[in-house]
Write a protein that binds this ligand. Structure first.
Ligand SMILES: Nc1ncnc2c1ncn2[C@@H]1O[C@H](COP(=O)(O)OP(=O)(O)OP(=O)(O)O)[C@@H](O)[C@H]1O
Ligand SMILES: [Mg+2]
Length: 108
């Protein structure tokens, strides 16, 4: 259920901050499972990227989109991923898009 919540948080952002297709990739190997959610939306300026996982942090509240939110989604997602010993990686370019990558270790 917690992992489902993480996926919803990422998809919700991709839907809110982009209008084009959203790509979802799921891969695994012997050691890890990797989920990537990629959008082609407004992106996040580089200097803001390290802050988006902080509680209540929203990039430029005046952005002209009616994208109401509290700035909690990514903080919650990071917490859940950490509890599963996973890692989150964000790659984003302003006006080009965002890719969120979550990696979980696989154990026998
Ligand atoms: N896919 C994305 N594309 C562009 N900006 C994003 C994306 N995901 C997150 N952001 C930026 O990071 C900020 C923090 O995201 P977060 O999900 O934590 O909060 P939120 O979407 O504003 O509110 P909510 O609590 O409803 O999720 C957002 O306000 C937005 O500025
Ligand atoms: Mg959100």
């Amino acid at each position: 259920m917690k992992l489902k919540q993480v996926i919803i948080i990422f998809l919700d952002n991709a839907i809110k901050y982009s209008t084009d297709v959203i790509e979802v990739f799921l891969e695994s190997n012997q050691y890890k499972a990797i989920l990537r959610i990629k959008d082609y939306g407004i992106g996040i300026p580089e200097e803001e990227q390290s802050h988006v996982f902080e509680r209540f942090y929203r990039v430029d509240k005046a952005r002209e989109r009616d994208s109401g939110g509290s700035g909690l989604g990514l903080a919650i997602a990071k917490n859940i991923v950490n509890l599963h010993k996973g890692e989150i990686d964000i790659q984003s370019k302003e006006h080009a898009g965002t890719e969120i990558k979550v990696t979980f270790p696989l154990t026998n």
